[in-house]
Ligand binder design. Structure first.
Ligand SMILES: [Zn+2]
Length: 82
């Protein structure tokens, strides 16, 4: 079985998907999807790339929108993990 490879939306590095966190957009919020069960368009990033992703608006690019997306739920999730 080939290992699924995904690209981080911030640094663009290709990676075994288990190294990346899946996030989904629900409404205007970006939510973590740790067990890959949430519906919606997904994006993948390194947990350590969150700040870069936020700064570069990688989430807007990944979800193809110009709207402001709230990354607060994701930020809270990552902070609690530290
Ligand atoms: Zn990255």
């Amino acid at each position: 079985m080939p290992i699924p490879i995904r690209s981080c939306i911030a640094c663009r590095k290709r990676e075994n998907f288990s190294e990346l966190l899946r996030v989904v957009r629900i409404g205007n919020q970006v939510l973590p999807d740790e067990d890959h069960r949430k519906f919606g368009r997904g994006a993948w990033l390194h947990r350590s790339c969150f700040d870069v992703a936020k700064e570069r608006r990688s989430f807007q690019r990944a979800f193809r929108t110009d709207e402001n997306l709230s990354t607060d739920p994701l930020e809270k999730f990552l902070t609690n993990k530290l």
